[in-house]
Design a protein. Structure first.
Length: 163
């Protein structure tokens, strides 16, 4: 009986490196001069603040580019509302989700049952989902199906593949 685990993890060091690179870039770019732009990272919550909403859009693009270059998936990124801040500035919070929530786990289990190959079962185990199957090909087909699925909305990794 073969198995593998489906998890959703983010390398926090890569997120920190991406934010550092974005901070260096906005310090150098001419279009961010005198806009009081800043990017702060606390845990996996990125707070962006700048002078106007169009500068905030540009700031968000810089952060997203750096995250993608560092290999962090944007599927798990959730954006807060744009808020008015002090001194005529705007602020937005960007949260990077880690782990598989219970509703996402139910969605993944239902997807495996409906679209997965015959003989493959799945069950929730803490922050991961254990997928079992008799044939290696069925497990590999399940991995390919989950990678192609776009409705899940979180980045998935596959670990502990065993025959």
């Amino acid at each position: 009986m073969g198995s593998f685990d489906v998890v959703s993890e983010v390398d926090e060091q890569e997120v920190k490196n991406a934010v550092d690179q974005a901070q260096r870039e906005i310090a150098q770019r001419y279009d961010f001069k005198n806009t009081n732009s800043s990017i702060d990272l606390t845990e996996l919550v990125i707070t962006m603040a700048t002078a106007s909403t169009d500068r905030l859009d540009a700031l968000r693009i810089v952060v997203e580019e750096k995250l993608v270059k560092r290999g962090v998936s944007l599927r798990g990124v959730e954006y807060g509302d744009v808020q008015e801040a002090s001194q005529n500035t705007v602020r937005q919070v960007m949260t990077i989700a880690v782990g598989i929530s219970s509703e996402k786990a139910k969605l993944i289990n239902r997807t495996i049952k409906e679209k997965g190959p015959k003989g493959v079962t799945s069950q929730l185990q803490g922050d991961s989902i254990r997928v079992n199957g008799k044939k290696r090909d069925a497990l590999q087909e399940t991995i390919a199906m989950l990678k192609a699925e776009t409705d899940i909305g979180i980045p998935l990794q596959f670990q502990n593949f065993r025959d």
